[in-house]
Design a binder for this molecule. Structure first.
Ligand SMILES: *Cc1c(COP(=O)(O)O)cnc(C)c1O
Length: 402
């Protein structure tokens, strides 16, 4: 699971550098290349920056993606600076006037508009704005998903009451609002769920595409851009089970063939970067409490909230450290289930519960895998005022680094 490059790097880190995030940029490059290769050439691949906006990651993805999806003015400015000149799509509910002005000023290519009010506001701001090209708009629509289509989805954003996107009935009122103004209605966007396997993703993509085509025909929209969203599954309980990009790519190819003239676009986040990051730290203490073993780690969920946020046991590897500098016995747990916790004074600071281990001792190092997405950037960094982790980027020697 852990790449030898990362394991070597972690073993060589001084304790003062822990906890640390280690990103394997070569692994990321190879994975993104494989994803791109699995997709039909005409399908556009945007990276959803909120999964991990680390500039080195944004740059490592640049050769493989068409553009980036950003969901706030902060992400917009950040991504624009990290990968200048790359196409951006600006989404997210509750865009402020200042954010829309910023996006207009930076020449953002696509706006994912989430309501009639937002559409009117964007049109009004675009009217005032001295821009050369019309402002491209995709309507984000909260479409119902066919029964079973979202089976197993971890986070459903669509197909039920939600603040995301337009109710499909309200979407019908939107095309007339764009006629004759500064906006150009280019198509439809739908990001309906996270955690879908390839078959479920294809069912969603087919449903979104047929709805969008009918919508386009009803309103005389011409060639459509259809963004079918992200949410490709990442299985924390099965780190070796990967989203089937080749089945998905083949299915998207068949879908595109049934809809000539349509531009299909996807915007995955987690599935692009999750596997390229590790959160590594050391064991401060091991103790037994009422019959159960606990390893208390340096750091915790204020650095990697992922397992607390998603309610899973985060996959990890124990990297044994043989030196023990103290004259007293080394705290240890052997051949028993261990719960890995952090330094926060809350029982929620748990990274993995009751996981059988051969041995874990104070001073050993722990590398949590699948920490490249929704990890550092979703965590409550300031809670309890522990120091921040350090950040490291490893790549194959001789490979282009970013
Ligand atoms: C979060 C998000 C994504 C990416 O979702 P993943 O589950 O990380 O693939 C894509 N599009 C929108 C609109 C999002 O909010």
């Amino acid at each position: 699971m852990i790449t030898p490059r990362v394991a070597d790097h972690v073993r060589a880190l001084p304790t003062a550098a822990l906890p640390a995030y280690v990103y394997d940029l070569t692994a990321l490059d190879e994975h993104a290349h494989a994803v791109r290769e699995a997709l039909p050439p005409a399908v556009e691949l945007y990276y959803a920056a909120k999964a991990n906006p680390d500039p080195a990651i944004l740059r490592a993805l640049a050769p493989h993606v068409t553009g980036y999806e950003v969901s706030s003015g902060g992400e917009l400015a950040h991504v624009h600076a990290a990968v200048p000149g790359r196409p951006l799509a600006f989404g997210g509910p509750g865009k402020t006037e200042a954010e829309l002005r910023l996006a207009l000023g930076l020449g953002v290519e696509r706006f994912h508009v989430e309501s009639e009010h937002e559409l009117r506001l964007l049109a009004a701001l675009a009217d005032e704005h001295p821009r050369r090209a019309p402002v491209g708009v995709l309507l984000r629509v909260n479409l119902p998903v066919a029964d079973g289509g979202l089976g197993g989805a971890a986070l459903a954003m669509g197909g039920r009451p939600s603040p995301f996107g337009l109710d499909p009935r309200r979407a019908e009122a939107c095309p007339p609002l764009t006629r004759g103004g500064p906006l150009r209605l280019l198509g439809v966007h739908a990001h309906l769920a996270s955690g879908l396997d390839a078959a479920a993703q294809l069912a969603v993509a087919a449903g979104v595409t047929s709805w969008a085509r009918e919508f386009g025909d009803r309103h005389g929209l011409g060639p459509m851009e259809i963004n079918v969203g992200g949410g490709m599954a990442v299985d924390y309980a099965g780190p070796h089970t990967r989203f089937d990009w080749s089945a998905y790519g083949q299915g998207l190819g068949e879908l595109a063939a049934r809809h000539p003239g349509v531009t299909l676009r996807i915007e995955p986040g987690r599935s692009m970067t999750a596997y390229a990051g590790w959160y590594v730290t050391d064991v401060l203490d091991v103790k037994h409490s009422h019959g159960e073993a606990f390893a208390v780690l340096r750091g915790g969920t204020h650095h990697m909230r992922t397992p607390a946020a998603k309610g899973h046991d985060h996959p990890f590897t124990v990297l044994p450290v043989e030196e023990w500098p103290r004259p007293w016995p080394r705290p240890a747990a052997r051949n028993e289930p261990v719960t890995l916790t952090g330094q926060l004074c809350t029982p929620k600071d748990t990274l993995a519960t009751g996981i059988p281990v051969t041995e874990v001792r104070a001073g050993d190092r722990i590398a949590f895998a699948m920490a490249g997405a929704y990890a550092w950037n979703i965590s409550h960094h300031d809670f309890l005022m522990h120091p921040a982790p350090t950040f490291h980027y490893v790549s194959r020697p001789g490979r282009r680094t970013v």
